[in-house]
Ligand binder design. Structure first.
Ligand SMILES: [Zn+2]
Length: 432
């Protein structure tokens, strides 16, 4: 609140510059790291994918290099492609022995490699453009081959999008200029607070401040959402989200008080759910043909539907139970445990492993005492069953103390920016 009193534009500018430069500095550093990882002897061209051959041959004035191009065939491999270029299997072998050889061996049909050989047909360089912004480069040095990662300098811009919901949120967001990816991110950010299919009504509004990525002045995609505001239930509720990140990695999204927008548990362990049987202490059991309490929620879906851990925790049981069939029990922080039953199979996580919220722990099936394929999900507090659809979940970890001061500055600034945006303007406004 202290900041609210000082409204000189200079402060905003400096705060925002601080906020942005963190990102730019990192980007700059990333570029520098790439440059310095290049040995001095071999002056490699910058990741200008268009004309790498000219530079390369200039640097190697005495040796004439020849550039060859090769496509990876269906069921092909690096070895097979190099073999077609008459490069020896010993060379391929040397590449596969590199620590990070995976970068070059993880190829897919249709991938194109640029290959340079000297006049003795020895492999000198491979350039593998992985994406618009990332390429892998193999070079021949005195100490043997080296495989480097090259990132193109991406320019990050900040843009805004605003809109009023008329029908579906997706359509309004698309109209406002957000990419499908950003729209999905937005619904992920607010997933715990807003039911996008039921709680957003005509007249509700959204405002988003987000990053866009440019390569050589050309838009290549949306980046992170920095801040967002959305109203729900006919504008009765206002939800805010502000990003926190460290070293380019997103820590999470928090409201203006620093509360995590995530909850400690997902409402449901499966996506696109159909609830087939609710929590019911007096249910008539379809197999046992007698009253037996149903102490969980059943979710219907096709066999093999992935099942997610609803919260961070440790797998304390993975195995067979007479009624449960294949099932998993997870112990979470504090007093919570969850159970997932009738699985067709497990994922890679075993008893004793720690899982993160959203990790796939198994797949829907019909093992144990069942009449058909479904997931039986239980939620216990202090080892007592509760209704997973009604229990009030604890908040996920609040913002760590070390981020607080910075967060207060940036969120105050971003909130002011959000408030300045007019959601009734059809055209997205410039970020000032
Ligand atoms: Zn059940």
């Amino acid at each position: 609140m202290k900041y609210k009193k000082v409204t000189q534009p200079d402060l905003w500018t400096s705060l925002f510059v601080t906020f942005l430069t963190t990102g730019f500095v990192l980007l700059f550093l990333a570029t520098q790291v790439n440059a310095s990882s290049t040995p001095n002897r071999v002056q490699l061209p910058l990741p200008e994918l268009d004309t790498p051959s000219d530079n390369a041959s200039q640097e190697h004035n005495d040796e004439e290099w020849q550039e060859l191009a090769v496509n990876i065939r269906k069921n092909g491999s690096l070895g097979e492609a190099l073999n077609r270029l008459k490069i020896s299997p010993a060379t391929t072998h040397a590449i596969t022995q590199l620590k990070n050889s995976r970068l070059l061996t993880n190829l897919r049909a249709g991938d194109k490699l640029h290959v340079w050989v000297d006049k003795h047909h020895n492999l000198q360089k491979i350039l593998y453009p992985k994406s618009q912004t990332l390429s892998y480069e193999l070079i021949n040095t005195d100490e043997g081959y080296r495989l480097l990662e090259k990132k193109a300098p991406v320019e990050i811009r900040t843009e805004t999008a605003t809109g009023v919901i008329e029908g579906a949120f997706y359509i309004a967001a698309k109209k406002a200029g957000l990419s499908a990816r950003s729209i999905m991110n937005l619904s992920d950010i607010f997933a715990w607070d807003v039911d996008f299919s039921r709680e957003l009504q005509a007249g509700d509004t959204f405002k988003v401040i987000y990053e866009t990525k440019y390569l050589k002045g050309k838009y290549i995609g949306d980046g992170s959402i920095l801040a967002a505001q959305i109203t729900s239930n006919n504008q009765k509720q206002v939800h805010n989200a502000f990003i926190v990140r460290e070293n380019g990695k997103t820590i999470g999204y928090y409201d203006k008080k620093g509360r995590n927008l995530k909850k400690a548990f997902l409402r449901s362990p499966v996506d696109y759910v159909r609830i087939t049987s609710k929590y019911n202490p007096k249910r008539f059991h379809p197999v046992l043909k007698r009253t037996r309490p149903h102490r969980g929620v059943d979710y219907g879906g096709p066999k093999g539907t992935p099942i997610r851990a609803t919260g961070d925790g440790k797998i304390i049981f993975r195995g067979w139970g007479k009624g449960y069939g294949r099932h998993i029990k997870i112990k979470h922080a504090g007093k919570y445990t969850t159970l997932y039953a009738h699985l067709s199979k497990y994922s890679k996580f075993k008893k004793g492993n720690y899982v993160k919220q959203g990790d796939i722990i198994g797949y829907m099936g019909d093992t144990g005492m069942v009449t058909g394929v479904h997931l039986h999900y239980e939620f216990r507090v202090n080892n007592k069953h509760v209704d997973p659809l009604k229990v009030k979940f604890p908040d996920a970890e609040p913002l760590a103390k070390k981020y607080r001061a910075e967060f207060n500055k940036t969120s105050t600034f971003l909130l002011a920016q959000l408030n300045r945006l007019d959601s009734r303007t059809k055209v997205a406004q410039g970020f000032e």
